[in-house]
Write a protein that binds this ligand. Structure first.
Ligand code: F6R
Length: 604
């Protein structure tokens, strides 16, 4: 939620800020803005909507200066108007902010009493005004910023820029990610390494509670207690931060079609001829139960993994939505392994759930895409999914790569508990190694899937049905469709149909049935027949044998390659993603940046 960037540069900084914001736009796109210091003078430009509106504005109203800050917003407090767009300026200070200042009402009252007036509905404006107030009392910029930080409650990443201070930026992190980039005679700060990748590969990730005082030639860090600390700069892999569409029309299409490659890479990272190598003791030996917590698509990956852990390793698993888990205050029985799954590694509710489990669970394991993220760093062990940067707001390749790591964890747990012998593991790993090839074969069916999606795009409501391992995938298919095409979609376990949802069935409500020819297929076909008998139109996604048995009664059938039952959720994710993608393209929605959403949900 919200992307922030700051540059103390040696050239005109506006184009650099805009380029960095382009790389952060996936975090929010309600408005964008930049502020610079030029000849000591602080000035800013802001525009509502996508970043190109700001770029257009800068063509007509350039903003000179070699130091500056920038922001791309996902609105929390106050509508996405120009007044509410960041940077927020109060006299000689400008501020960009990601997060929520929870005590902003109190601060607003205090500031109002002191005679300050407000130009916005945002919580961030109080930060700028409070700092202005401190400056007016004679404090130096650094002192004023720290005096402000001391008063703030909530979650934030903040960057301050000051009038008359061309070589100073102050950054602070509490609950929202922030990284400092070290350049040649330049210094940068950004929400993530992706933003800074074209500028430098030397990054220091701020720890929770850290702040930093930056000049072009130096950076001083302080920890949460205000003590000066040394923080190491790390070299990041530039290819991991590559952000381009590689000839695809959308990031989402690119990310769907690169799944064979990224899965193969991920398998290489975790498999050797001898078996599974997690590279760390994930706390699987002696585990008595597992609690898995995540949000959205990552939650559906956990729901899928529950089937694997329970069936293969015979370990009882509870799966919870992070926002519910943390407030339910669940007891965590002894011997519990707590697993947190998150693409970004920054999702606020998942992070809070992780903190709740610290000291309660026997071990904390996370499955993340961003290896330097807060969730990764606060876990006992973090297993990267190796999906590479995911820019499309709808999660695709991260989902299949999350499933891959979770499947490996289930297999390894089963092996350690003696539930599967070496031969059984080896057979399953061989099957897994063939999955990238099956992904390719599935993606070759894109035209047929696109045809079906075109038909779906005319519907107002769509139902997804699945049984067993296909149930979480039905949920994921429905989420994908609604979030990018804005078609209302719901998913049910096939057996639940008769308990209510069947009342919705008529010829205007297509029903997507995800059912490989597995042990549950006959039951799902019966549910499908119940739909067809009521005039419902069934889009069946199955394999060749399933298609034969369904006997041409469906509205449409998409036939996928045969795949071992365990691995079907990974393969069947691809047509679910493609259906959503093509339906969204047909409807002309903003596929990579759907309305109201943001990629990294760092507020509750
Ligand atoms: C849906 C989607 C979201 C995320 C959810 C969790 O396509 O992307 O539902 O899965 O916001 O995000 P992470 O995985 O970053 O914790």
């Amino acid at each position: 939620m919200c992307g922030i960037v700051g540059v103390l540069g040696t050239h005109e900084v506006a184009p650099t800020l805009v380029e960095a914001l382009r790389r952060l736009e996936y975090r929010g796109y309600d408005s964008a803005g930049i502020a610079t210091v030029n000849s000591g003078r602080l000035d800013r430009r802001r525009a509502v909507g996508k970043l190109h509106n700001l770029s257009d504005l800068l063509v007509h109203q350039p903003l000179p200066g070699k130091s500056g800050i920038g922001h791309t917003r996902w609105a929390t407090h106050g509508a996405p108007t120009e007044a509410n767009a960041h940077p927020h300026q109060a006299g000689p200070v400008a501020v960009v902010h990601n997060g929520i200042i929870e005590n902003y009402r109190l601060l607003r009252e205090e500031l109002a009493e002191a005679g300050y007036s407000f130009a916005t509905q945002t919580d961030t404006e109080t930060v700028a005004l409070l700092t202005q107030h401190h400056l007016s009392q004679g404090m130096a910029p650094e002192q004023a910023a720290y005096a402000t930080l001391e008063r703030l409650e909530g979650a934030f990443a903040l960057v301050f820029l000051f009038e008359g201070e061309d070589d100073l930026m102050i950054a602070a992190r509490k609950g929202s990610p922030l990284a400092v980039g070290h350049g040649e005679g330049e210094m940068y700060v950004g929400s993530d390494a992706i933003a800074l990748a074209p500028l430098t590969d030397r990054i220091t990730y701020l720890e929770e509670g850290d702040s930093a005082v930056l000049t072009r030639s130096s950076v001083r860090f302080r920890d949460a207690e205000g003590q000066q600390v040394a923080r190491e700069a790390k070299r990041i892999r530039m290819d991991a931060a590559r952000v381009d569409k590689s000839g695809y029309k959308h990031f989402m299409a690119k990310e769907i079609f690169e799944q064979p490659t990224v899965l193969a890479d991920a398998l290489r990272a975790y498999l050797s001829p001898e078996g599974i190598h997690l590279g760390a003791d994930a706390g699987l030996a002696g585990v008595q139960r597992i609690t898995m917590v995540a949000c959205g698509t990552a939650f559906y990956a956990c729901l899928t993994a529950k089937y694997w852990f329970e069936r293969l390793a015979r370990v009882p698993v509870e799966v919870d939505i992070a926002s519910e888990f943390r407030y339910r205050e669940p007891p965590i029985p002894e011997g519990t392994l707590a697993i947190f799954v998150s693409q970004s590694g920054e999702t606020a509710d998942t992070l809070a759930a992780l903190r709740y489990c610290k000291g309660r669970a026997a071990s904390i394991l996370s499955v993340v895409n961003v290896a330097e993220s807060s969730i990764a760093r606060e876990s006992d062990v973090a297993l990267p999914i190796h999906a590479g940067a995911e820019i499309g707001v709808a999660s695709t390749k991260a989902f299949t790569c999350q499933l891959n790591v979770l499947y490996l964890l289930a297999l390894e747990t089963a092996r350690l508990r003696g539930e599967i012998d070496a031969e059984g593991i080896s057979e399953r790993l061989d099957a897994l190694r063939s999955l990238p090839g099956l992904f390719n074969a599935t993606l070759e069916r894109d035209d047929r899937i696109a045809d079906a999606a075109l038909a779906l795009s005319e519907a107002r409501d769509v139902l997804f049905l699945g049984r067993g391992l296909m149930y979480p995938l039905a949920l994921e298919g429905a989420l994908k469709l609604k979030e990018i095409s804005y078609i209302h979609a719901e998913a049910y376990a096939s057996g639940e149909l008769k308990h209510g949802p069947i009342a919705l069935i008529d010829k205007t409500v297509p029903v997507v049935v995800m059912a490989p020819r597995d042990g549950l297929f006959d039951k799902t076909v019966s549910n499908m027949q119940e739909v067809i008998a009521r005039g419902g139109q069934v889009l069946l996604i199955t394999d060749a044998e399933g298609a034969r048995e369904a006997d041409g009664e469906t509205w449409r059938t998409i036939v996928l390659p045969d795949v071992p039952e365990d691995l079907a959720p990974m393969l069947y994710a691809l047509p679910a993603q493609l259906l959503a993608y093509h339906a969204a393209v047909a409807k002309g929605t903003d596929v990579d940046q759907p309305r109201n959403l943001a990629k990294s949900v760092t507020v509750e």
